[in-house]
Structures are given as structure tokens and as C-alpha cells.
Write a protein that binds this ligand. Structure first.
Ligand code: GDP
Length: 552
């Protein structure tokens, strides 16, 4: 009999990083080591398995949050030898796609934050880190590119502590750095592992090289102190000076608890490009990051009431799942990505979409692996899967059992900041463009498509220039639309928001200190400001209409 249940052997994770830190390379290596792909593509040749879309291949950046399933049996730690399922949600590093990160953060349970070891914390890693803080996501850190000239382990720890206000706890110490990066010291076992230069495989455990012993011992003591703050049994041994009585297993469990409670961030390192440290990172993902069952029950309300409902991560609970992404695929049509929080979803079953107030019959269900799709008859609590033929579903919808309806909090998407006018080159193109934009906007809730009531121009609003450029690219490559594109400008909603923020803050300032409206957000329907409602996020409450400037 296995020591753990199925759901305890799940890890739904994201890999988050500043662009170029090596997220794509690492993801690909993870898929390679977990046996799902057998030939590793190089990022710059555009053949990595995670990058599905043509644009991503051309640009070498990852845009969509594809969910990929892999399996891993850790070699050591409390779950050693047990096969685990890792669902990897791709989280793009570019600032224009923070929205994609936001939606992944909503449905993942833990994350690996990847840093370029020669750079430390970079701006986008900071943004994503704070997003993950807001979502309460437990994290481990991976200092990648330890083989790069300028790689600096201590600088990275310092930068994580300072810039992210986090508590980084190294569980490894690199042996050498830059071209001299030769191995890792495991600070739990106090053993050294050397890499094979060709394959990146690590050697059998060896003695710690003498010049690194003092530093390794100091870091181990730091590790013990961090664990003692989490586990009282360890604290006892620590204050009594019985350090030699502290076992590797106790430390592993304390690190896990500390990570889950977000008191500490275990730090691992390596060079993904050279396969170094990737297997140990996979062990770290299983050993430190949460299973769905480690997290509190998901909360929602009974439709049409204020009644609070919770659903624990268990198959025995009534079904509830959140739609977090829609994609269009030429071969199979619309693909709906779901996170199942509780219960079981089967093909052929009829479920309730509570936000759209309609019933849906579940067609095909599948897991997406890096290079193939695996059709299944049912999916369970904790699963992240794809469903086909769910017609009336939108991003953020809840699917649930007919007899036990619940609405989970939907996904929130911020207002677009950049706007672009597009004009089709011909009437046929116009038709194709309308069809294409309808589909693209359904997939991407941060894209807004509207017609300027004055000029009749087609306006696209999005999260940044790159975002809209990609939309226009997709119109051309996927829908065959040739369109001329105007100059990007700040979206009128953003202009209006800034003006309200200014005026309203000014009025607030006169109300005395502490009365500033720091963030003013608009909600409500278009067009052109009619019926818009502005909410003061600092104070709460709706801003009175007289403070909202007229729009010319
Ligand atoms: P992403 O933008 O975070 O997805 O980063 P990529 O995976 O595309 O990597 C960015 C660049 O860094 C590519 O040229 C990679 O080959 C390179 N790279 C990735 N991992 C490593 C590594 O471990 N060492 C070195 N030296 N370069 C790496």
C-alpha cells in the first residue's frame, strides 16, 4: 500500500522568471528528465516543446500559459520512490503578459522562481514575486546559469532578501561558479555531488571539498536555524546544542512546512542549459511545494445567495472546477483549460456553468503533455486538464455538479492600457478580421475589441505594444488577414483613469493626511465613459460622479 494518496502526489506548479532567466530552457529540461520529450530543442532555433504558437517560436518568448503534465519519482526526501504528477503552468516573463501570470497564479499551488545567477533579482521577477505574494503561493527559488561568467550565489541570496523581502534558505551550495561550476553540496546530507561535463549527471555522493567545508557548515547552521523557527522539536534540539541529533528527514519536513507557511524559500541552484541541478530541483519541487490537499478548501458562494460554500480537495466532494484559459486549435476547435478543485468530472456528464447559468455536456477530456495529448474518461480533484466541445464557457466560469451549485470567484483582468486602430485591406479581410478578433478576444480577456463610434475604426486595446503586435500577427498568420495598423496610443480608459486619480487624490488630500486615494480603478460598461463607475481602492466605495471629469 502506498504511503500517500493520489492527490498528495500532485504538484500544480508555475515556473516564473524575468525574461531570459532560463524559464523555457528549464521547463524543457524538466520535461526531458520527466521522460516526456526525448530530444531537447534549443530555444533560439524555436523548437522548444512548450512554445506552441508560431509567434512564440519566432520571438523566442513564451506567451501562453500552456499546462503540461509530467511525472517524477524523487530520489530522496520524504516522498522518495513514489511517482508524482507535476502539472506545469507556463507563466510568461514579459511585462505585457503579467495578465497570463495572474491567471496561472490563481490555479497553481506552488511555484519555482528562476533567477539568472549573474543578475540576481530583476524587475520582472520582482513584479511576479509580488503577484505570487498576493495569491499566497509558496515558492522555491532556482538560481540558474551558475555556469555563466559573473554567476554569484551570495549576491543572489542578498538580492532575494533585500529586493523581495523574502527569507531565502539555501539547501545547496555550488562548487565553483562560472566556467568553474563543477557540482553542488547538499546541505541536508552534507555531501558533495560533481557533475559530468558531458551529460550534467551528478556523481555518487562524496566528501565535501576541504576549502568549502567552513562555508557549507555555516550555511547548514543557517538552515537549521530557519527550520527551528518552524518546528518546535528542532528548536528544542537547537537550543540544547544537540545539532548532531537533527536528522535529514526532520530538516526536509521542516523545510516543507516552512515553505507551505511561506516563512521561508528553499534555494537551489544549477545550470539548466547543461542539465546541471535539474534532477535535484525536481526532487525539491516534490519535497517542498504543496499538494492540492495541503491547501485550504476553495471558497465560493451558492448562486443567487450570499451563502458561503467551501469545497475541499477531495474526490468525494461535489464537483467544482474553474475555467482559467480558452485556446483555439485548428485541429480540435476550442480547448478549455480547467482546474478541478473537488469531485470528479467525467466525459458525457452534464455540469452546470453557474456564471453563464447554462448546462454543459462534457465532451472529451485530456491531459496535455509536452508532445502529445492523452485522452481520459475522467479527471479528479487537484487535476489540471483540457476539455473539448464546451461551447458556452468563458474564462473565469465555474463548472459544478447540477445538484450542488457553487460560484467560485472569477478571474479578474485589469483594464487595457494601450490602444491601436486596425483597418482591413479589403472587404473579405474585414469579415475574416471580425471573425478572428471575436475568437482572439474570447481566448484573451485582456484584449478588448471595440469600434470607435465616431470614426467607425476597429480599435484593439491591450496590455502593451507587444501584446497588440502579437494579436495583429496572429490575425495574419492564423486568419490570413492583412490589415494596416495605426500608431499605438494610451487607451482612453487609462487616460481617464489617470485623470480621475489625479483629481480625486487632490480632493482627498484636502481631507487631511492618510486620506489619499492611491489607486483608483474603473469598473463598469463602455462605451466612452457612459455609465462607468470608479472605485477608490484605498478607501473602498464608489467615487461620486461629480469628481469624474467629462470626456471630450
Ligand atoms: P526565458 O526567457 O526565461 O524563457 O529564458 P530562455 O530559456 O529562453 O533562456 C534565455 C537564454 O539563456 C537562452 O539563450 C538560453 O540558452 C540561455 N540559458 C538558459 N539556461 C542557461 C544556463 O543554465 N546557462 C547559460 N549559460 N545559459 C543559459
Amino acid at each position: 500500500m502506498s504511503r500517500t494518496t493520489r492527490i498528495e502526489r500532485y504538484r500544480n506548479i508555475g515556473i516564473m522568471a524575468h525574461i531570459d532567466a532560463g524559464k523555457t530552457t528549464l521547463t524543457e529540461r524538466i520535461l526531458y528528465f520527466t521522460g516526456r520529450i526525448h530530444a531537447m530543442g534549443e530555444v533560439h532555433t524555436g523548437s522548444t516543446e512548450m512554445d506552441w504558437m508560431v509567434q512564440e517560436k519566432l520571438r523566442g518568448i513564451t506567451i501562453t500559459s500552456a499546462a503540461t503534465t509530467a511525472t517524477w519519482k524523487p530520489m530522496r526526501g520524504p516522498f522518495a520512490g513514489l511517482s508524482h504528477r507535476i502539472n506545469i503552468l507556463d507563466t510568461p516573463g514579459h511585462v505585457d503578459f503579467t495578465i497570463e501570470v495572474e491567471r496561472s497564479l490563481r490555479v497553481l499551488d506552488g511555484a519555482v522562481a528562476v533567477f539568472d545567477a549573474s543578475q540576481g533579482v530583476e524587475p520582472q521577477s520582482e513584479t511576479v514575486w509580488h503577484q505570487a505574494d498576493r495569491h499566497g503561493v509558496p515558492r522555491i527559488a532556482f538560481l540558474n546559469k551558475m555556469d555563466k561568467v559573473g554567476a554569484d550565489f551570495a549576491m543572489c541570496l542578498h538580492s532575494i532578501r533585500q529586493r523581495l523581502d523574502a527569507n531565502p534558505v539555501p539547501v545547496q551550495l555550488p562548487i565553483g561558479a562560472g566556467p568553474e561550476f563543477r557540482g553542488l553540496i547538499d546541505l541536508l546530507r552534507m555531501r558533495a555531488f560533481f557533475f559530468d561535463e558531458e551529460t550534467g549527471e551528478s556523481s555518487e555522493p562524496r566528501e565535501i571539498p576541504e576549502p568549502l567545508r567552513v562555508e557549507a557548515e555555516a550555511l547548514r547552521l543557517r538552515l537549521i536555524e530557519a527550520c527551528a523557527e518552524v518546528e518546535s522539536t528542532l528548536l528544542q534540539k537547537y537550543v540544547e546544542g544537540r545539532l548532531e541529533d537533527i536528522t535529514e528527514e526532520e530538516l526536509e519536513l521542516a523545510l516543507r512546512t516552512g515553505t507551505l507557511q511561506r516563512q521561508l524559500v528553499p534555494v537551489l541552484c544549477g545550470a539548466a542549459f547543461k542539465n546541471k541541478g535539474v534532477r535535484m530541483l525536481l526532487d525539491g519541487i516534490i519535497n517542498y511545494l504543496p499538494a492540492p490537499s495541503d491547501l485550504p478548501a476553495v471558497e465560493g458562494v451558492k448562486p443567487g445567495t450570499q451563502e458561503h460554500v467551501t469545497r475541499a480537495s477531495r474526490d468525494e466532494e461535489p464537483l467544482c472546477a474553474l475555467v482559467f484559459k480558452l485556446m483555439h486549435d485548428k485541429a480540435v476547435g476550442s480547448i478549455v483549460f480547467l482546474r478541478v478543485y473537488s469531485g470528479t468530472l467525467r466525459t458525457g456528464m452534464t455540469v452546470l456553468n453557474t456564471r453563464q447559468q447554462r448546462r454543459e455536456r462534457v465532451g472529451r477530456l485530456m491531459f496535455m503533455h509536452a508532445n502529445k495529448r492523452e485522452e481520459v474518461d475522467e479527471v479528479h480533484a487537484g487535476d489540471i486538464c483540457a476539455a473539448l466541445n464546451l461551447r458556452g464557457v468563458r474564462t473565469g466560469d465555474t463548472l459544478c455538479a447540477l445538484e450542488d451549485p457553487v460560484v467560485l470567484e472569477t478571474l479578474h483582468f485589469p483594464e487595457p492600457v494601450i490602444q491601436l486602430a486596425v483597418e482591413a485591406r479589403s472587404r473579405t479581410d474585414q469579415q475574416k478580421m471580425e471573425e478572428g478578433l471575436t475568437r482572439l478576444a474570447a481566448e484573451d480577456p485582456s484584449l478588448r475589441v471595440e469600434v470607435d463610434p465616431e470614426t467607425g475604426q476597429q480599435l484593439l486595446s491591450g496590455m502593451g505594444e507587444l501584446h497588440l503586435e502579437i494579436v495583429v500577427d496572429r490575425l495574419r498568420t492564423e486568419y490570413g488577414v492583412e490589415a494596416s495598423v495605426g500608431q499605438p496610443k494610451v487607451a482612453w480608459r487609462e487616460t481617464l483613469r489617470q485623470r480621475v486619480r489625479q483629481e480625486y487624490s487632490h480632493i482627498r488630500q484636502t481631507g487631511g493626511p492618510g486620506q489619499y486615494a492611491q489607486v483608483v480603478m474603473e469598473v463598469g460598461p463602455a462605451p466612452r465613459g457612459s455609465g462607468l463607475v470608479f472605485v477608490d481602492e484605498t478607501q473602498g466605495g464608489v467615487i461620486p460622479k461629480e469628481f469624474i471629469p467629462a470626456i471630450e
